[in-house]
Design a protein around this ligand. Structure first.
Ligand code: ZN
Ligand code: ZN
Length: 643
């Protein structure tokens, strides 16, 4: 029996990249242990066991065993540390999160099962569903595979996930289903619960610590074999994974925005490969990456009725932004005849900016390089740092009283709707509507309503299935296209197409898209539901520019209180990274200031991101002391979602 264990302590410092050897009789790979480290005690994970200690090492004993995670998750975490330029300690903390022990005598906690009726026997599969399922099951029996399940909203993707999970269970295997934001998609969870009952566990950030611990314990004991959850559920401690499904695979919330900056989609693919499982990525509007790289399973059109025609409203000709004549006419129809509408405006507040006619300036945040947003509380809010101040009556620059509101946000839209169509119940959904309960309440009221408008940010375009939706409208399709980001067009196309899919699922519906740029590719093609055409053009553009999926991006961002140190640090790093990157290194260049911190970035384009990320991580570890002295911080982002 192995007597020695290599343990990675779960610490965040970049300097610790190697495991330590401890005496630990009978421990196995994946054991979570408490170990002495220096003068303190740390949790750690056993990554390897051996019969002898390395020469010259006098190991001390593991203090005690705390539990274990499946060995495959150890390999997964070490891959994450390597691929994302992070450290083993940080990556292992993802698969072995700290949990507080249950109080003696306390009963196990289960998350509440939502606001919904149970499901009748599943409907017979359509021919495309059956073909997709057969391919998935063949791969399940053949040692694994990766697929893109492509089909319009309402084409029956969830039924394919459900059957794929059932096939895994029949073979004694487990399943994981990832959804972007579970609080916004309670229907998905309800369908899995009604099909698989107590075999389902759910994991997401809305759970209390006790609920999360108890769900993990049910998974660990093998009582729960189907895990439904958001991003971090990809690390669920199921043993014997058969299938992992990633729903709405285009959603950017699958990327973690703190170190390790992992992408749950890439991690799901990797985990499936490590365990010989099948990974299924589903979307009506897939990422160009998935379209290009994965075997495609086509579900085709909607089951119930065809997608509604999309009418483009040219705001250069129509007056009355944000409520144009055509949009008002459609809202009037709802008020007269009943039915529901969904209005998307991807900007919060009353007005995105206050502009002075006297001197031409826009009032900006003192700490960030962004405009302050006027909200209904008559205060100016910074959407980056959260700072808020009373809106001035006079321009702080020139004293002019001519302060003009630029554009409109969801609060302004709500006011104008209240004045224009008072007969309709208005329900707003955005980040200013407090908390998860607030969101649940808004969605539940909309589900029950007879004539109502749900208005809000991109949250309203997520996977809700509401009966009786007759109208879907994008109030300002151009809002996202102005962002200096290589995914701006992809996001605009996804948002417009996703919202269009919400209308007319049970009765004929209409879709309106308001834009100042009706000929822009993403808008014109989304209006025709031309997914394949859009993606072909997008891939062509990305190939020419050397962007994903043709090359990987690695972004190194440095920040400090002053503008010079970030640029200086990145200049120092640049040579070292360029020597190994095997691609182009762009920058350093200053980027927008946030929360009072000046920032700069280096961008690497390479066929393999790992050499650049690994070298950047090592250089940052070596520079740690000097960086602390200069008040510098830095981050590495492999496959960033925006640059
Ligand atoms: Zn002024
Ligand atoms: Zn700010």
């Amino acid at each position: 029996m192995a007597r020695f264990a290599s343990v990675h302590p779960l610490v965040t410092t970049r300097a610790l990249t190697r495991p330590f050897t401890y005496l630990g009789d009978g421990l196995e790979k994946g054991a979570v242990v408490s170990v002495p480290l220096g003068r303190s005690r740390r949790r750690g994970v056993v990554v390897e066991v051996a019969d002898s200690a390395p020469a010259g090492v006098e190991p001390v004993a593991v203090e005690r065993a705390l539990g274990s995670v499946p060995a495959a998750l150890v390999d997964l975490a070490l891959w994450i540390a390597d691929y994302y330029g992070s450290t083993p300690g940080r990556a292992l903390a993802l698969v072995a999160p700290a949990v507080r022990a249950r109080r003696p005598g306390a009963a196990p906690r289960r998350p509440d099962v939502p606001t919904l009726p149970g499901e009748a026997e599943p409907a017979a599969l359509t021919a495309p569903q059956r073909r997709a399922l057969e391919r998935i099951v063949a791969a399940l029996d053949g040692g694994g595979g990766r697929f893109l399940l492509h089909g319009a909203t309402g084409s029956g993707k969830t039924e394919v996930y459900l059957r794929a999970c059932a096939a895994a269970l029949e073979r004694g295997l487990a399943a994981i289903v990832l959804v972007p934001e579970i609080a916004l998609t309670p229907q998905a969870l309800a369908r899995f619960r009604s099909r698989f009952g107590d075999l389902v566990a759910c994991l997401h950030s809305g759970l209390s610590e006790a609920e999360r611990r108890d769900e993990r314990e049910r998974i660990d004991r093998g009582e729960a074999r189907v895990v439904v959850g958001a991003r971090s559920a990809v690390f669920a401690p199921v043993r014997g994974l058969g299938v992992v499904c990633v729903d709405e695979e285009h959603d950017p919330s699958y990327k973690q925005d703190s170190d390790p900056r992992y992408d749950a989609r890439a991690v799901a693919a990797r985990r499936a490969a490590l365990e010989g499982a099948v990974a299924v990525f589903g979307s009506a509007t897939p990422r160009p990456e998935s379209w290009h790289l994965l075997e495609r399973l086509e579900l085709g059109a909607r089951l119930a009725r065809p997608l509604p025609p999309v009418k483009i409203v040219d705001l250069r000709r129509e007056r009355g932004y944000p409520l144009s004549g055509p949009l008002l006419r459609e809202l009037g129809r709802l008020a007269d005849r009943g039915g529901k509408g969904i209005l998307l405006l991807n900007r919060r507040g009353v007005a995105p900016a206050l502009h002075c006619r006297g001197c031409g300036r826009t009032i900006r945040c003192g700490s960030c390089d962004v405009s302050l947003v006027l909200h209904g509380d008559r205060r100016l809010h910074c959407h980056h740092c959260g700072r808020a101040e009373a809106a001035p009556r006079l321009c702080p620059g020139c004293g002019s009283a001519e302060l003009m509101r630029l554009g409109a946000g969801t609060e302004q839209l709500e006011r104008e709707l209240a004045a224009a169509v008072p007969e309709l119940e208005l329900l707003r959904l955005d980040a200013d509507v407090a908390g998860r309960d607030g969101h649940d309440e808004v969605l539940a009221r909309f589900a029950r309503a007879e004539r109502a408008v749900l208005l809000g940010t991109q949250m309203v375009a997520k996977g809700h299935h509401f009966p009786g939706v007759r109208l879907a409208a994008v109030v300002d399709a151009d809002a996202g296209m102005l962002l200096p980001d290589f995914r701006a067009e992809e996001r605009t196309f996804q948002l417009v197409t996703q919202l269009a899919g919400r209308s007319g699922r049970d009765r004929p519906g209409r879709v309106l898209v308001q834009t100042f740029a009706p000929d822009a590719r993403p808008i014109a093609l989304a209006a025709r539901h031309a997914v394949a055409e859009f993606l072909a053009g997008e891939l062509e553009r990305r190939r020419e520019l050397g962007l994903p999926p043709f090359r990987h991006l690695v972004r190194v961002v440095a920040t400090a209180g002053d503008p010079a140190p970030p640029l200086a640090l990145l200049h120092e790093l640049r040579g070292g990274i360029e020597a190994v990157a095997g691609g182009d290194v762009l920058g350093p260049a200053p980027i927008l200031r946030l929360r009072g911190r000046h920032r700069a970035q280096l961008l690497v384009k390479a066929a393999d991101p790992r050499p650049a990320a690994t070298r950047a991580s090592a250089l940052l570890a070596a520079a740690a002391k000097a960086m602390r002295r200069d008040g510098l911080t830095a981050s590495i982002d492999v496959d960033p979602q925006s640059v």
